[in-house]
Write a protein that binds this ligand. Structure first.
Ligand SMILES: Nc1ncnc2c1ncn2[C@@H]1O[C@H](COP(=O)(O)OP(=O)(O)OP(=O)(O)O)[C@@H](O)[C@H]1O
Ligand SMILES: [Mg+2]
Length: 334
């Protein structure tokens, strides 16, 4: 729960605010009941302001819960910050934990001293981190002069230099270009395969797919779904839309007759048809083939639902009704 000062705009209000403060209490996370096992990779998603970063801060001991408790391997992070800090690595993609005016190598050796990593282990980890993240090329550069992608890679190294077995990554690929994203994702997979517990907060579905088996969706401080990612995708991300461009406007009648199980409509232009279908009922290939038999297909594009689409459907309550899974009546938003 955060205490937030209420202030009305304008100077008189600003003066009044100084003498007579008002606060509202805002519950950032509420009834978050979550336990994560070693070697598990969990995606933690939700809209802006849902409480994702707050959860990570509670887990790492940066924030103190007003109620409830957090345990990391049986310890309370707020009470045993030192011991817990040895076990966990945290990355906030939105800001750096590197010393801004120091070369990356100095930040890393400071962290080595803080975490009391012996020289031999440190060198071995550094080599490994350089292999996968390519940090060697900018080790001598001061943090403020790094590009975003370099900064993120250096930050990942900083979060992992003490060999944590639990890592929380809060938007680790934000602002990165595709090649660096791929590199970071591959690196995360190798950590998971080594048995590291990874909790990943991201708005990017590609970070999550093929990496996390478990998906937790949070909204307005509450968990509204906790279950298998595959189950969610099979159930809620099965719809596909194929946009097919034809040489001349296609006749929809015969196409609808050929694809009775799909929803066929005119697309953005007169020479585009949009076919909405369930991927468990039809394949994109079948749709293209059926269209090709009726019209001259020039090009096509397949739209797949994004994690945001899935989340939207979860809000509508469909997920709970159709899978009968985790989100309980009282933890669901009204
Ligand atoms: N220090 C703070 N003081 C007051 N309110 C805060 C503070 N930090 C966060 N909040 C509020 O708590 C709620 C949850 O914020 P949080 O940063 O956890 O969201 P998030 O899920 O990480 O969002 P995003 O996707 O935008 O990163 C928001 O309503 C936010 O405004
Ligand atoms: Mg956040």
């Amino acid at each position: 729960m955060f205490r937030r000062a209420d202030r009305r705009p304008g100077l008189p209000a600003a003066v009044k605010h100084l003498v007579q403060r008002r606060f509202t209490y805002h519950t950032a996370v509420d009834h978050i009941n979550l336990s994560i096992e070693a070697g598990e990779a969990v995606a933690y998603v939700g809209p802006n302001g849902a409480g994702k970063s707050t959860t990570v801060k509670l887990l790492s001991g940066i924030l103190e819960p007003t109620e409830g408790s957090v345990r990391i391997n049986g310890r309370v992070p707020q009470r045993s910050r030192r011991a817990v800090a040895q076990e966990i690595g945290v990355l906030f993609g939105q800001r750096t934990q590197l010393w801004w005016d120091l070369p990356v190598s100095d930040s890393l050796s400071l962290l080595r001293d803080i975490y009391r990593v012996d020289q031999h282990t440190y060198q071995a980890r550094l080599r490994n981190l350089d292999d996968v993240l390519g940090i060697g090329e900018f080790m001598g550069t001061v943090a403020r002069k790094l590009s975003l992608g370099q900064r993120m890679r250096a930050d990942l190294a900083a979060a992992l230099i003490h060999g944590p077995r639990i890592i929380y990554l809060d938007e680790p690929t934000i602002g990165l270009d595709l090649t660096v994203k791929d590199r970071v994702r591959e690196f995360l997979r190798s950590l998971r395969d080594d048995g590291v517990m990874v909790m990943l907060t991201s708005h990017d579905l590609a970070d999550i797919e093929g990496f996390c088996r478990r998906l937790v969706i949070i909204d307005d401080g509450r968990i509204i779904f906790d279950g298998a990612l595959d189950a969610v995708k099979d159930e809620f991300a099965r719809e596909r839309v194929l946009h097919i461009r034809t040489a001349s406007p296609a006749d929809l009648g015969p196409l609808r007759a050929a694809l009775p199980k799909a929803d066929v409509s005119v697309g953005d232009t007169a020479t585009t048809v949009s076919v909405r279908f369930d991927r468990f009922v039809l394949t994109a290939g079948e749709v293209v083939e059926a269209t090709g038999a009726i019209a001259n297909v020039v090009d096509f594009k397949l739209d797949e639902p994004t994690i945001e689409d899935v989340i939207r459907r979860v809000y509508s309550g469909e997920l709970v009704l159709r899978t009968g899974t985790p989100a309980t009546a009282e933890s669901r938003p009204a």
